[in-house]
Design a protein around this ligand. Structure first.
Ligand code: ADP
Length: 626
């Protein structure tokens, strides 16, 4: 007997001991494997004459045997060789569900089994033994794989003269709570096929024993066997929207894209004309765990006339909408087109453009009509939209600008740029923003007070990418974006500005002295009138803001490479102003110490760490004992 690979053994254990309530999904998994196997052989038959099966002859059949308690699922697909049986059924192919389980080990009751495609092993939820007999296409010998549980499996030669696979599940005995016998009932099985596998493209057939009236003999019936096809074979995406229930879409999404939550948005669309296609797309309700990592691969499944030709066609989705999952089925693409050729296919580009517009329109509708849902969506994927603006050098600005939302000072709720612009004051020319780690920290910035007091609304940017995206956009409908922590930002009248300028010129030498005391950390020191209560603040000159400096330096390889040009601004109206002027006259030694303290104060309130905490502590203590 061979041992299962360790991950597979764990999954097997999970299945055998499962207390999962929807064990019925095992049938969906086995049928979908059969259907995939048929697709593979069908695909091959397009270019290989030797396959020798007509497209119309592919089928999946189900046989039930109540006496022996078995369910047989047979297909005439590609089959598996001895090595494939060993490799595919001895090792777990898709470890998505296990990875998920590991991550969520502590969260109990997470419904993973029914929601992820756990595949073949799910048969063990209802069977105490599973036998797979298979003849691979092109092979001359058939093999039987069988296993009665986690201890292991055997593979031996067997008799099977048609290409394909038969899976025999030996159904468990009923016990107190579990009525496994219901899976041996034809009507139950028909119902499960309708529920989970209706759209499978190949007929799923089952023989029904029924009675039929004997012709010409009134009242007499004879036993006949009738072969019925249990599924409608119309893929979900080819059905009319009105014929599909939300539940069907949701089940389809969860099964196909391995999510355990219903999607936040379903986009089902079909287009005729320049490009003819059906598309079924979904926006996940939550950020996939690998979404913001390198492992995440964007793309939509690509079908040509119902046949899958590519599992993740990246060219169908722009990066800014990479969170969309789904598929496209087009009549216009040739079945055996190669990946390389697809990239240059004009038809594909046309489809991608149409989809991009469609996704945008749907997001706009959501923003307009389902604000709460949109905000939830934005929390998961908004960063991606902002990266979209940044990465495209502003190229996608017009497409994406109205999908952005930011928390603002007026109600601490999300606003769109349009809403902001519409309620701007007559006296306001620019769109104001401030950056920080959290909304609370931004509100504490000294610069915020006076702007808010004057009744202006400020956008609070809390993501690293935010300011980069706004800088890339430069303006929104002609209104410039202005950082209120920028040195040039002011709300003063011309007269006030002049008076301040004079005051700064008068104290030029004092500021030189202060700057020298602080050292390289600041580029300049001056008085400001933009502060209300606070004595000091930091601003930046030039293109790089304090937040941008932080972000850029936190990127690997960039440590301390980039410096914002920092200005220490001192509140001209604050008593501290008078104090430093008098110290400059009488006590330069103390002025030096106070300069350092003022700079430290400005750092702390702006959320920056101190250059020399030990010195700071010494200076404060010195003051305290004075
Ligand atoms: P998945 O289908 O998600 O890859 P499964 O555990 O269900 O994972 O199946 C593992 C592999 O076994 C499949 O990828 C496929 O290669 C093979 N397989 C399963 N059932 C069949 C079948 N009926 N015919 C041919 N190959 C099959």
């Amino acid at each position: 007997m061979k041992q299962f690979k360790s991950e597979s053994k764990r999954l097997m254990d999970m299945m055998i001991n499962s207390i999962y309530t929807h064990k019925e999904i095992f049938l969906r998994e086995i049928i979908s494997n059969a259907s995939d196997a048929i697709d593979k052989l069908y695909f091959r038959s397009l270019t290989d004459q030797s396959v020798g099966i007509n497209a119309g002859d592919f089928e999946i059949t189900i046989e039930l045997d109540k006496q022996n308690r078995t369910i047989l699922v047979s297909d005439n697909g590609c089959g598996m060789s001895e090595e494939e049986l060993d490799k595919n059924l001895g090792t777990i192919a898709k470890s998505g569900s296990l990875a998920f389980k590991n991550e969520n080990e502590k969260t109990e009751n997470v419904d993973i089994i029914g929601q992820f495609g756990v595949g073949f092993y799910s048969a063990f939820m209802v069977s105490d033994k599973v036998v797979v007999e298979s003849l691979a296409f092109g092979a001359d010998k058939a093999y039987r794989w069988s296993s009665s549980g986690a201890e292991g499996y055997t593979i031996e030669p067997c008799d099977k003269d048609t290409v394909g696979t038969t899976v025999t599940m030996h159904i468990k005995e009923d016990n107190g709570d579990e009525k496994y016998s219901e899976y041996l009932d034809q009507y139950k099985i028909s119902e499960l096929i309708k529920k989970y596998s209706d759209y499978i493209r190949h007929p799923i057939k089952m023989a029904f024993e029924t009675k039929k009236a004997v012709e010409g003999k009134e009242g007499e019936f004879e036993d006949v066997t009738e072969i019925r096809t249990l599924n409608s074979m119309i893929p979900l995406w080819k059905k009319k929207k009105s014929e599909v229930k939300d539940e069907d879409y949701n089940n389809f999404y969860k099964e196909k894209f391995f999510d355990f939550e219903d999607p936040a948005k379903i986009i089902h669309t079909s287009t005729e004309g320049q490009a003819t296609f059906n598309a079924l797309m979904f926006i996940p309700a939550r950020t996939p765990f690998d979404y913001y990592t390198k492992d995440y691969e964007k793309g939509l499944q690509l079908y040509s006339r119902g046949v899958l030709i590519m599992d993740k066609c990246a060219d169908l989705l722009p990066d800014h909408f990479s969170f969309v999952k789904g598929l496209v089925d087009s009549e216009d693409l040739s079945l055996n087109i190669s990946r390389e050729m697809l990239q240059h296919d004009g038809q594909l580009k046309l489809i991608a453009k149409t989809l991009e517009k469609k996704i945008k329109t749907e997001l706009e509708k959501m923003l307009k009509n389902e604000r709460e849902a949109y905000e939830k969506f934005f929390k998961s994927f908004g960063v991606q939209l902002k990266f979209g603006i940044y990465n495209g050098y502003g190229m996608n600005k017009d497409l994406l600008k109205d999908l952005l939302i930011f928390v603002s000072s007026s109600e601490k709720k999300y606003v769109t740029l349009k809403e902001y612009k519409e309620r701007m004051k007559d006296t306001q020319n620019d769109i104001y923003y401030a950056c920080g780690e959290t909304v609370e920290k931004i509100e504490m910035l000294p610069q915020c007070d006076s702007v808010k007091e004057k009744g202006f609304e400020v956008l609070y940017l809390t993501e690293n990418v935010d300011e980069f995206a706004l800088k890339m956009m430069a303006d929104y409908d002609g209104k410039k974006f202005v950082n209120i922590c920028d040195e040039q930002f002011d709300l003063e009248s011309e007269d006030e500005k002049k008076a301040l300028e004079q005051k700064n010129t008068d104290n030029k030498e004092m500021f030189e002295e202060i700057k020298n005391a602080i050292g390289d950390s600041v580029n300049a020191v001056r008085f400001t009138s933009k502060l209300k209560n606070h004595p000091v603040c930091l601003t930046s000159e030039g293109g790089i803001s304090l937040e941008m400096e932080k972000t850029l330096n936190s990127m690997p390889g960039n440590e301390q490479g980039i410096k914002a040009q920092i200005v220490l601004e001192i509140n001209a109206e604050h008593p501290i102003g008078e104090k430093i002027i008098s110290l400059y006259k009488d006590d330069k030694e103390t002025l030096k110490k106070y300069s350092k303290l003022l700079y430290d104060e400005a750092c702390l309130i702006g959320g920056r760490s101190l250059n020399d905490p030990a010195e700071h502590s010494r200076l404060v203590s010195e003051l305290m004992i004075k």
